[in-house]
Design a protein around this ligand. Structure first.
Ligand code: ZN
Length: 186
C-alpha cells in the first residue's frame, strides 16, 4: 500500500472523464488499497481514482465508520433534494453549500468483479454523487447554485494552494489543518 498525492483543482485529470475498468486484477485491488489509504490519511470521507491521477472509474468512501469501494458505477437519484455543506480533497480547506439528491442507488462492481448495489441517503448519497461526478470530470463547483459558485471561485482563487496544481503528479505538499474539510472532504 502506498499513499498517493491528491491532485488539486487545476490539474486537467480532474476534468477528464475516466475510463471503464476492464481488468479486475491485482493492479485494481492495489488501486483500491491506495485510494483507501490516501483517503484515510487525508482524512476524507471519499476519494475517486482521478484525484490520485488514475483515470479509471473507481472510488472509495469512509462514511459512518464503514469503508466501501465501487467500480464502474451507474446512479439512480431521488427527485427529493438535500441541502448541506460539501468539501472536496482536491479543494483543500473549502466547504460549500451544495444541493444533491437525498437518496442514491449506485450499481457497479466490487474489486473482484462481483455486481453490487449500494443504497445511500444523506451523506452517503452525497458521497456517491460527488465521487461519480469525479469519474465524469465533474466537480462540486459545477453543482453549486450560481451565487454560491461565484463566492467559491473567488475563495478558490484567493486560496494558498491555487495555481499549484501540476500535471505530473508532483503535487506540492499543502499544509492544512487535520480536519481542514470538517470531515466533508470527498
Ligand atoms: Zn472531490
Amino acid at each position: 500500500m502506498a499513499l498517493q498525492p491528491i491532485r488539486l483543482f487545476g490539474d486537467p485529470v480532474l476534468v477528464t472523464p475516466a475510463s471503464e475498468v476492464i481488468d479486475f486484477d491485482k493492479e485494481l485491488r492495489q488501486l483500491v488499497a491506495d485510494l483507501t489509504e490516501t483517503m484515510q490519511a487525508a482524512p476524507g470521507a471519499g476519494l475517486a481514482a482521478p484525484q490520485i491521477g488514475v483515470p479509471l472509474r473507481v472510488f472509495v468512501w469512509d462514511i459512518h465508520d464503514e469503508l466501501g469501494h465501487l467500480i464502474n458505477p451507474s446512479l439512480d437519484l431521488s427527485e427529493e433534494l438535500q441541502e448541506g455543506e460539501e468539501g472536496c480533497l482536491s479543494f483543500p480547506d473549502l466547504v460549500y453549500e451544495t444541493p444533491r439528491a437525498l437518496r442514491a442507488v449506485a450499481k457497479g462492481f466490487n474489486m473482484h468483479g462481483e455486481p453490487v448495489v449500494i443504497e445511500g441517503t444523506e451523506l452517503l448519497a452525497r458521497c456517491l454523487q460527488h465521487e461519480t461526478d469525479h469519474l465524469n470530470g465533474v466537480l462540486f463547483i459545477d453543482r453549486m447554485k450560481s451565487e454560491q459558485r461565484k463566492i467559491a471561485m473567488k475563495e478558490i482563487r484567493e486560496s494558498e494552494w491555487f495555481g499549484l496544481a501540476t500535471t505530473d503528479g508532483s503535487t506540492p505538499i499543502i499544509k492544512t489543518s487535520p480536519h481542514s474539510t470538517f470531515g466533508l472532504g470527498l
